[in-house]
Ligand binder design. Sequence first.
Ligand SMILES: [Zn+2]
Length: 85
Amino acid sequence: MSVMCREVVENIIGYIESELDGETLRDLEAHLHECPECLEFVNTYKKMLEMAGKLRERSFVSPEVREKLKKVLQSKLKSSSHLET
Ligand SMILES: [Zn+2]
């Protein structure tokens, strides 16, 4: 797994909620352009939020939900062999 792939996981919530600073956002988006796995990762995350009804409401995502989603994504990333090469 590359350092940037890890960065994406760490910052995905901030990315989706547009809370990242300019530099982090630029690095992350640059990586998404060259890493289909991470792009899919972001899309999967968005879908999860939509299913939870959070994105549509544009309401505050509770820390509890954030942590839960982050754990799910991190375990997914760990078990995902194509990112370990
Ligand atoms: Zn990546």
